[in-house]
Ligand binder design. Sequence first.
Ligand code: GDP
Length: 364
Amino acid sequence: GFKMGIVGLPNVGKSTLFNALTKTAAAQAANFPFCTIEPNVGDVAVPDARLDKLAEIAGSRQIIPARMTFVDIAGLVKGASKGEGLGNQFLANIREVDAIAHVLRCFEDGDVTHVDGRVDPVADAETIETELMLADMESIEKRLQNITRKVRGGDKEAVQQERLLKAAMAALEDGRPARTVEVDAEDAKAWKNLQLLTTKPILYVCNVDEASAATGNEHSAKVQAMAEAQGAAHVIISAQIEEEISQLDAEEAEMFLSEMGLEEAGLDRLIRAGYQLLNLQTYFTVGPKEARAWTIRKGALAPQAAGVIHGDFERGFIRAETIAYDDYVTLGGEQAARDAGKMRAEGKTYVVADGDVIHFLFNA
Ligand code: GDP
């Protein structure tokens, strides 16, 4: 599955946000299988109204949403790259995630201490980014040393690694994160394997006061400008509101949201923004037993999509019987879509579309 790491300075609202996420997940746990919750890891359902619609049409007994994992990565402080706070341990945690949700304090509250004594989310973002850049530089130096012998021996992989590490180092020494390096298609895989912290895509989460949840405030406006300049994503959320909502049932939550002038829970927006940031999309498998959503990268081919269900489905892939979501809903189900000629037999080179309803045929 895909993993988002929640980072941020102390006292910005990370735990509040994470608790809201996992409480919502815990409330769902009774209804959904495969929901494991550890102290700092939360497996959260990806909200998708289409799945409910499909289940209703097919009369599915069970609904299984797609999932995204959130990891609460505490302990990031100034000096973390030098081992301050939880230091290197948390840096190792960040290496494992696919993207970073960077929580920034955009609320004023005299009772909640800011580590640097003032609310300045753009400066906070720079503090964290600097730590990540320093950590990358340190790990690049080590790795360059470790591969010198192989490079001298002419090992092709090591030569490629050295070239990429040096490109990353040049950017970092120039004060830029490694994600600003342009990488050729043939280097893309090796580049990703370097697992540099500053190559991870970033979603800035502006944690605003309750009154600004619908509109944002002057702090979140600055973050937005920064995010746009960097080509990063951002969402505006009030962690406190989200925590309150996570304690309500669905009906109460809806009333509460509309009172606040919000169309949907911030967590839903957060999850969706993460989905977008990671370039993900959904396809569905639908039957009387269950309706289920699966997550794939945009551009994934049918066999790769099948592989998300089971490796055997990918290896033995024969074809994908596919109905577009709109056809399934408009025509009123699988049989009707089939009768109308809207079920397509797609082969190995089919690029799966968002919302496709699929049956895979495969050799066991
Ligand atoms: P963390 O250290 O980043 O995990 O921050 P916490 O989630 O523990 O929050 C630190 C303090 O800020 C707690 O006392 C929270 O109740 C408070 N807090 C979090 N979000 C908000 C907010 O949106 N507004 C206000 N006023 N306080 C908040």
